[in-house]
Design a protein around this ligand. Structure first.
Ligand code: TMP
Length: 213
């Protein structure tokens, strides 16, 4: 099973995915937790280019291709092999981030995005996608406190509030278009409440745990 987590920066996604992965491992699932961009040595190098505040002139089309290159690599090197062994993959962001950020955020042509995404993934799609939904004003406050505690402020954090509003609206459109795949969680709640909601939403959809071959 392939589960992805999506949401704006500052939605608490990274903390939540780590806790979900630990909870599922404790129940006997062979969980591989990974993230985009990154998740491979090549992907991590691409991630650095994408986050770097010195790269403010990166064109949205170049940005799209870098995210897609990182995706092509993680699909082949990490995700497909684990799925082939019967494992469960959890990915912190996947192609829906491209539709939300490069599509709704930057306004790139959606048909082109679909074509490039299909090419990058070889047609692989998540079975389930959880959206950690939060207003951009609140997620910005959270990012600012995280940065005050030492986290990196990235090139994408630095986009205007209007961009982040379009990203959130984009996520809502994507989730509404495929209700069987998406589950929306209110990420503005306290961390423990969000985690409890995620586990409750996942529970009825999980397969029986399998041992890796
Ligand atoms: P994160 O890994 O800390 O969430 O940072 C990744 C950033 O890249 C985040 O701002 C979302 C953005 N992003 C895109 O714009 N398009 C994509 O396809 C992906 C995977 C991420």
């Amino acid at each position: 099973m392939f589960i992805t987590f999506e949401g704006p920066d500052g939605s608490g996604k990274t903390t939540q995915v780590a806790q979900v992965a630990a909870a599922l491992r404790a129940r006997g699932y062979n969980v591989l937790l990974t993230r985009e961009p990154g998740g491979t040595s090549i992907g991590d190098q691409i991630r650095h280019i994408l986050h770097d505040m010195d790269n403010k002139t990166l064109h949205p089309r170049a940005e799209l291709l870098l995210f897609s290159a990182s995706r092509a690599q993680i699909v082949e090197e990490v995700i497909k092999p684990h799925l082939a062994l019967g494992g469960l993959v959890i990915c912190d962001r996947f192609f829906d981030s491209t539709y939300a950020y490069q599509g709704y955020g930057h306004g790139l042509d959606r048909d082109v995005l679909r074509l490039i995404t299909e090419f990058a993934t070889g047609g692989l799609r998540p079975d389930l996608t959880l959206l950690l939904d939060i207003a951009p004003e609140e997620s910005l406050q959270r990012r600012l406190s995280a940065v005050a505690s030492g986290e990196e402020w990235t090139r994408l954090d630095d986009m205007a509030m209007a961009f982040h509003r379009r990203v959130r609206e984009g996520y809502h459109v994507l989730a509404a278009a495929e209700p069987a795949r998406w589950l929306t969680i209110n990420a503005a709640q306290p961390v423990e409440r969000v985690q409890a909601d995620i586990v409750a939403a996942l529970e009825p959809r999980l397969p029986v745990p399998q041992k890796l071959a």
